[in-house]
Ligand binder design. Sequence first.
Ligand SMILES: Cc1cc2nc3c(=O)[nH]c(=O)nc-3n(C[C@H](O)[C@H](O)[C@H](O)COP(=O)(O)OP(=O)(O)OC[C@H]3O[C@@H](n4cnc5c(N)ncnc54)[C@H](O)[C@@H]3O)c2cc1C
Length: 247
Amino acid sequence: MAQGRGWEGAVLKLMRAKDFTLTVTGVEEVTGDYRRLHLTDGGLLAATGVHPTIWVRLWFDNAGKPHQRAYTLVDPDPAAGAFSLEFALHEGAASDWARAAQPGDTIEATVQGTGFERPAPAPSHVLVIGDPASLPAINSLLGPDEGALGSAPATVWFEGSPDGTAGLPFRTDPARHEIRHVPRRDAGAHLVARVKAELPALLTATPDPYVWIACDTLTTRTLTSYLRKELAVPKDRLHALGYWRAS
Ligand SMILES: Cc1cc2nc3c(=O)[nH]c(=O)nc-3n(C[C@H](O)[C@H](O)[C@H](O)COP(=O)(O)OP(=O)(O)OC[C@H]3O[C@@H](n4cnc5c(N)ncnc54)[C@H](O)[C@@H]3O)c2cc1C
């Protein structure tokens, strides 16, 4: 348990983190680079409840060392005690575990840090910047199931190679959600340039915009600072969280 995970685990434990054992019940190859696992939740959803974009910290093994990474719950079903997880695959211990996962495999989870504040007033237009790692969260925000942000139109700048994004399970509604595919180039600088060129006009054309950003940490930080400082987007109309660290 926490003791075996070093100071980080111990701190989470002190912060009343909860531990659950998840068991894989099925696997789906969505694309060559994207894998969905079905899991039973070990009592997690009954203890935590469900909110849009809910995520957990999973404890992978990395050459004998604990390796904690965050993943978003897909289709959480508290009555069944089950959910799915979707893994954008690349190199890394979490990806390796997901690639090899088979029914019966287990993984420990801690719930700490997740949350969701419904913006008020409800957004008149949602501006999203993300990539395959944040697709589960984007689906949860915009998808028809939860309707977390109401029925507002959305524009999504989605970063990734055309090969890597074909066949991804978008749950967006083409009638009101526009996906703008942006190839990942220059460590995210190309995405930043596209957003700077295209977002300001949309932002000023709507009364109650809401911006949601989840890309690599540096791109997320650059865009957040641009939106706050140069476009004066108020804090409560912008949610930003770096989802992965580019190396
Ligand atoms: C709140 C939250 C929710 C998240 N939900 C999901 C989710 O539902 N699905 C999902 O796939 N990811 C999700 N992520 C991102 C995931 O936690 C990271 O991608 C994580 O780094 C993967 O760990 P790893 O062990 O596979 O690779 P690491 O050991 O962290 O990194 C290994 C190498 O892979 C590179 N790398 C890491 N992540 C990515 C990436 N996404 N794309 C390209 N290169 C990468 C690194 O730069 C490094 O070179 C979420 C992150 C957060 C903060």
